[in-house]
Every structure is written in C-alpha cells, then in structure tokens.
Design a protein around this ligand. Structure first.
Ligand SMILES: [Zn+2]
Length: 377
C-alpha cells in the first residue's frame, strides 16, 4: 500500500513521510479515526515507506521486494494484532488460547479486499459474528515474544494493533510494560476507533495522530471514479458516509445488492405476466439457491416494490418514493396487473418469510411462491 493509494487525508501522507525522512518517528504511534477512514491503510503504508528500498517524492516505490511483500502482507517484520474470540474455525487446542495469528489468512484476505473495513466485517471474516472480540493477555504475550526477537530484515519490528480499546486490563498492563521499555527497534502502530476507552497510561506513551473525515466533494469524486456512480448518486452516498470511505463503500455495495434483489422481483413479475412457467420456475430456483438472509432480504425487497406498485396504481406516485429506474419498470408493469394481486402477493410473501424462519425447504417455499405470483398477476 503506497500513500498515494489511500483515499483522503493527503496532508497526513506528507507529514508521515517527513517524520520518517527526518528521523522523528517515536516508538509508538496511535491513529485515531472513525471506522473506515483509512488508518489501517496508513499503518501499512507507513511500514512500507519505512522499509522501501527506493523511496522517492514522499512515497514508497511500490516495486521493490519489500514493497511487494507489504502488498501481500507477507513482510516478515510487520505484525498484526486485532480483537478475536474462540471461532468455530479454530481447532480445539487453538480455541483454548486463541491469538490473532491463527486468523492471519482471513485477516490478509480482508485487508487486501478492502482496508477500510469495520469490526463487523472483521468478525464475520473470522467467524465470530455473534461474539465480541477482545485482545487478551495471550495476545499480549505473543506480542512480547515477537518483539523480543531480532528483526529479520528491517531496522524495525513493526507491531500494528487494531482496536487496542478492546484490550483486557491484564493485556493492557502487559503491553504497558512494552510501551515503557520497548525492545530496541520496535515501532508500535495502534489504530483506535474509541480513544476514550483506552487507558490513559497507554495513551500517554503514544504519539497521537487524528485522521480527518474526507470532505463530501472529494468523497463523491472517489465514488464516481471507483464505483462508476453518476454525479448525483455519488453525492448522495458521500452525504450518508459522513467522511468515512469505508462507510461509503459499504453503502454502495449494499445498494448494489438491493438492486440485484429488485431485478429478481421484476424478473418474476415479467415471466408471470408473459405466462412463462419455465421463466417463473427459473427465478424460483435462483431464489432457493441464495443464503437464508438474502432470501429474507428478497422477500422484504419484493414487499417494498409491490407496495410502490400499488401506490402508483392508485395514483399516489408522490408518496411511493420510487427511483427513476423503478418508476420505469412500475409504469410498464401496472397496466397489466390485476387489482387483486397486491394484497394476495403481500400475504404470500409474509407466509414465505415465516416458512424461511421455520427452516422449511427453500425449494418448496419459492416454487410455491413463484406459482402464486404466476396465478395472481
Ligand atoms: Zn519500494
């Protein structure tokens, strides 16, 4: 990760490079941010710049052996700790004293896909969705071990700690000793989302650097370029994101996912109206192959879309809140649909939602639902 690849906080890129160039880096940096602002990307870019063989113009080269290994997160002197818990992904012996390195593969995949992720994304990647992650004393011991060894290549051993606010008191006390008397050549880079939850004794030993929210116009430009959104849509998402790149990306991904679901609602209605039983059953099969959560989301999406159709059919377009694209589809569909369809379809979708929760076979649920749409339209 080069500084130039990070979205936003441009002034900070120059500042960090100067700190390295002028040898003003302390032994512990604490990045403070709202989730998704890019502090983890800055931590990696800082390590990469520090170890680059040919840095120039305030950035790493992106091509030397060290830069390439930073891109793959395989640089041997760069270590990561983050909140975890005993995940079903671990073996029985690992579960007894879990540490971050057991999840390194999941962590690496997550960071490479999107370094602006939030804690929910992390927990889902490491399989602990329903538990709270923590940094325990086992982790603190592991950090102490790692830092007690000589660096392999770098002048530094770089220890990134993501969300140190989730450290247990026992772990924090152990870490405090390391922060007070770090082994030679240690660089701690901490990334917190809740500085107020950190021990003041830890805070007082860190150089604190705050990330700034990305300005709305800049965020819209990022979204136009990265996600191919129109100017208007990009501006809408930029407003919702409140300066967090991660939040903006998540909102766009969510909306795209919702769009796909709505496309399947329209496909089912079209095949029903065209009297294509094979088309209807094809959509039913696609729905049955989705995960349970997506199936439920689809039912809710379908209910919403059908409600909008009903409003438009009653001439209440102004309170249907349909998008331009939806208005096109709705305008095409409603002249062909029976008035009795709306109530019957809504009841069928409610029933489907209950059956999904009751673990009835998805194939049966969606074959039945699709048949009802075919009959009711
Ligand atoms: Zn390089």
């Amino acid at each position: 990760m080069r500084f130039s690849e990070i979205y936003g906080n441009d002034a900070l890129k120059g500042r960090l490079a100067r700190m390295v160039d002028e040898n003003r880096l302390g032994h512990a940096i604490l990045f403070v941010e709202q989730e998704g602002m890019g502090a983890l990307a800055f931590a990696i870019a800082l390590s990469q710049y520090l170890n680059c063989e040919h840095p120039s113009g305030g950035d790493s080269c992106g091509e030397c052996s060290s830069c390439r290994r930073h891109a793959h997160l395989t640089y041997p002197d760069l270590h990561f700790s983050f909140p975890i818990s005993a995940s079903p992904k671990l073996s029985d012996s690992e579960k007894k004293a879990p540490i971050s390195s057991y999840f390194l593969r999941d962590w690496t995949a997550l960071v490479q896909e999107n370094p602006y992720f939030d804690s929910h994304d992390l927990y889902s990647a490491i399989g602990i969705e329903n538990k709270a992650g923590a940094i325990t004393v086992n982790e603190a011991k592991e950090i102490a071990n790692t830092l007690s060894l000589q660096p392999y290549e770098s002048q530094y051993k770089i220890q990134v700690i993501w969300e140190p606010e989730k450290m247990t008191t026992e772990a924090a006390n152990k870490l405090l000793k390391l922060l007070e008397e770090p082994p030679a050549g240690t660089l701690f880079i901490l990334v917190t989302h809740k500085m107020e939850k950190m021990l003041t004794t830890v805070l007082s030993r860190c150089q604190i650097i705050r990330l700034q929210p990305v300005e709305r116009g800049e965020m819209a430009a990022i979204l136009e370029q990265k996600s191919g959104l129109s100017k208007e849509d990009a501006m809408t998402f930029a407003t919702v994101a409140a300066g967090s790149v991660g939040r903006a990306f998540a909102a766009v991904a969510n909306a795209e996912g919702g769009g796909q679901l709505e496309d399947m609602v329209i496909a089912l209605l079209d095949s029903s109206l065209d009297r294509s039983l094979s088309g209807v059953l094809e959509t039913a099969e696609s729905l049955a192959s989705l995960g349970k959560d997506r199936q439920k989301q689809w039912c809710v999406t379908a209910e919403g879309f059908i409600r909008k159709m009903f409003m438009c059919a009653k001439g209440l377009d102004n309170i249907a809140f349909a998008s331009a694209q939806e208005t096109d589809s709705i305008g095409r569909l409603i002249p062909r649909i029976k008035e009795s369809f709306y109530d019957k379809a809504a009841a069928a979708l409610d029933a489907a939602l209950r059956l999904i929760d009751a673990n009835v076979s998805a194939k049966l649920i969606f074959a039945d639902l699709a048949n009802r749409f075919y009959l009711y339209v």
